[in-house]
Design a protein around this ligand. Structure first.
Ligand code: ADE
Ligand code: ZN
Length: 326
């Protein structure tokens, strides 16, 4: 089989996906009109041509701006529904999605607005085609520890709908240990844990996510190659890395896809997965990410199968559910 067919036909899980990062320019413009919100774009092409980023922060500025059009429950429903339809198309049978409550609560939109919108779409997709999905509540690391604690407090009535907590936004200068106490509290509430580390930040931040936040996965983690002891540790623990190839190119973590280190990580025995991160900003959904690897790196059919299998191994599914896909 051609590799493109293999990519389409393999059942996959997606483990690193920001739901706010699936906001397509078309929906952004239509919600701006619906709510009479002024955006610095006149056309959909304007939006797309603004998506040229120099680094993580230049992306985050436009990501938070884009999210400002999400106002009522239907907006959050529509955002989630569109993404889950894409999962069906890409054969993404299970997804663990991050959402950023503070992106919305900071502008006066509470859990009572976005949670029912998200969960209504998730239940509908589950009923209509058996879509499996869960939510990861991600704290914005450029905000304070107090703000993260307030967010956890506000989430209390919704904890049954939340599987895990995460940590995202501006990495440099906001090391994992800033949130050690929030993650400890989250753990005591029964929440699982992930954190972005080693995307722009150094390998040290990966150590600190492991040791101070007690995470089950590292989001990105591509800078682990700078620390051989860390590489050995990640391999021996089979600690998953949720790697996002198109994201890494758009945010200049690597110059070109041919320079991406994902095969180095795989060859070193790490539990690597492929993910889309913020597909509408980075130019592709999950299968686009696999195709970009196939087009630029000497990746084999066997490695593509391994990456898809790893996505289930690294998931929060239970052993019976994993066995169904492995
Ligand atoms: N928020 C959304 N996408 C992100 C990324 N790739 N890194 C950090 N924060 C994010
Ligand atoms: Zn991310």
């Amino acid at each position: 089989t051609p590799i493109a067919e293999l990519i389409n036909s393999l059942p996959k899980a997606e483990l690193h996906l920001h739901i706010e990062g699936t906001l397509e320019p078309e929906l952004m413009m239509s919600l701006a009109t619906k709510h009479d919100i002024a955006l610095p774009y006149s056309t959909i092409d304007d939006v797309r041509s603004a998506y040229n980023f120099d680094n993580l922060q230049s992306f985050l500025d436009l990501y938070y701006l884009g999210a400002s059009v999400l106002r009522d429950e239907d907006d959050f429903y529509r955002l989630m529904w569109d993404y889950l339809c894409k999962c069906k198309e890409d054969n993404v049978v299970h997804v663990e999605m991050m959402f950023d409550p503070q992106t919305h609560t900071e502008r006066g939109i509470g859990f009572e607005v976005f949670m029912p919108g998200f969960t209504r779409a998730m239940h509908q997709a589950e009923q209509e085609w058996g879509q499996s999905s869960l939510l990861i509540m991600s704290f914005l690391r450029h905000l304070s520890e107090d703000s993260a604690f307030e967010t956890l407090d506000a989430a209390m009535p919704y904890l049954p709908m939340i599987a895990a907590v995460g940590l995202d936004s501006s990495e440099l200068g906001n090391p994992p240990e800033k949130f050690a106490r929030v993650f400890a509290k989250s753990k005591s509430l029964g929440l699982l844990r992930v954190a972005h580390a080693g995307e722009e930040g150094p390998a040290e931040y990966i150590w600190s996510a492991l040791n101070e936040l007690d995470v089950h996965r590292i989001d990105h983690g591509v800078r682990s190659v700078e620390d051989t002891q860390l590489m050995t540790h990640l391999a021996s623990k089979q600690m998953p890395l949720t790697v996002c190839p198109l994201s890494n190119i758009k945010l200049c973590v690597f110059d070109k896809m041919v320079d991406h280190n994902i095969l180095t990580l795989l060859d070193a025995g790490l539990l690597v997965t492929v993910n889309a991160d913020d597909p509408s900003y980075f130019g592709g959904y999950l299968n686009d990410n696999y195709r970009a690897l196939a087009a630029n790196l000497p990746i084999t059919h066997e490695q593509v199968r391994t990456l898809a299998e790893n996505s289930f191994k690294a998931s929060f599914l239970d052993d019976v559910q994993k066995a169904h896909w492995l």
